[in-house]
Design a protein around this ligand. Structure first.
Ligand SMILES: NC(=O)c1ccc[n+]([C@@H]2O[C@H](COP(=O)([O-])OP(=O)(O)OC[C@H]3O[C@@H](n4cnc5c(N)ncnc54)[C@H](OP(=O)(O)O)[C@@H]3O)[C@@H](O)[C@H]2O)c1
Length: 295
């Protein structure tokens, strides 16, 4: 019963709060590959706006995406929305994550996104800049008011342990990693470590890139059966699975308004323990350490 309550709680809130202290929606929005083509820019902008209107106020982007094009799209899509009600996340390239470049990178992201602060700034993946240097710079950006919090992405357990052992490493606010129903390696030791430290996980590729990362996922009998039972789409079932995991915030990406609305509505789907057990049998989490899945 306690576990069930915990699961429900995890499904109803994300661990992040906006600058005005409001809860961040349980489902966020990704932006990889968005904003890159003039022909689809407006449609993608409207898709993000539809998502925000549905409560998906966390938007994830990166200086890498379209070399700034996705950040520019976010700047456009968020026009007219109260800034303090949004939760904007961007990422710095590992080779910009040192004292020489990070401050310029951050300024450039802010300029493209038409904002004067980021809610969360992430190290995109670990490179050759020492973690301690990145952490020190992130803390300086916080002190300057350019970012409210910082985190990391694509760090596996050993890297996380190294980070958390640094004097200010415990201030890390998230680890953004690949996590979907057919890729559950993080459940072995990374997710338990992050939960123990109360660090939420942002699940990227939550739809396995519309099933492209795992052939047959969307059409699998268990996913189809649950979609039918809940009057939902297979994509919504994949999100509902992640939302049932405490401390996990999925960030699906869509350039289509009808999809972003469906993604937001997935938060209302509650999978029962029996249904979760069925998914578990069809897509079991590994019982041994596997390398962190990365795209
Ligand atoms: N930190 C990292 O290294 C890293 C790596 C990868 C991704 N990310 C972040 O995570 C986000 C999500 O990952 P992702 O973009 O790779 O893949 P994803 O969200 O798993 O899948 C995106 C694909 O799903 C489709 N889709 C979205 N909603 C749908 C729905 N309701 N029904 C059917 N199809 C739907 C989209 O097409 P439509 O546009 O047609 O809807 C698109 O083809 C990224 O955009 C990015 O922000 C971070």
């Amino acid at each position: 019963m306690e576990e069930e309550n915990e699961r429900k709680e995890g499904a109803n809130m994300s661990a992040f709060v906006t600058a005005c202290g409001a809860a961040v929606g349980p489902v966020g929005q990704g932006t990889w590959y968005l904003g890159e083509h003039p022909a689809t820019f407006r449609e993608e902008c409207n898709a993000l706006r539809a998502g925000i209107e549905q409560g998906m106020n966390l938007i994830d982007t990166a200086e890498m995406y379209g070399e700034g094009a996705a950040e520019t799209l976010v700047g456009e899509a968020t026009r007219g929305f109260a800034r303090e009600g949004l939760f904007l996340v961007s990422k710095v390239y590992p080779f910009h994550a040192g004292r020489r470049d990070i401050f310029t990178s951050c300024e450039n992201s802010l300029r493209r996104m038409h904002t004067d602060y980021l809610d969360l700034y992430l190290l995109h993946w670990r490179g050759s800049v020492p973690l301690a240097e990145t952490v020190a710079c992130m803390e300086e950006l916080k002190a300057q008011g350019k970012i409210r919090a910082w985190g990391v992405s694509n760090l596996d357990t050993a890297d996380m342990e190294e980070l958390l052992a640094l004097p200010e490493g415990g201030r890390c606010a998230t680890d953004q990693v690949l996590y979907h129903l057919a890729s559950r390696g993080i459940e072995y030791d990374l997710l338990p470590l992050l939960r123990e430290r109360s660090i939420p996980v942002m699940a990227y590729c939550p739809l396995a890139q519309a099933g492209r990362l795992r052939r047959g996922l969307m059409a699998s009998p268990s996913v189809q059966k649950l979609a039918h039972a809940h009057g939902a789409t297979p994509a919504q079932i994949l999100l509902a699975f992640l939302l049932a995991q405490p401390g996990v915030v999925p960030i699906p990406r869509s350039g289509k308004a009808h999809h972003t609305r469906q993604n937001a509505q997935a938060a209302a789907i509650r999978l029962t323990p029996d249904e979760l057990a069925m998914l578990d049998r069809a897509f079991p989490a590994p019982r041994y350490k596997t390398p962190l899945d990365i795209v």
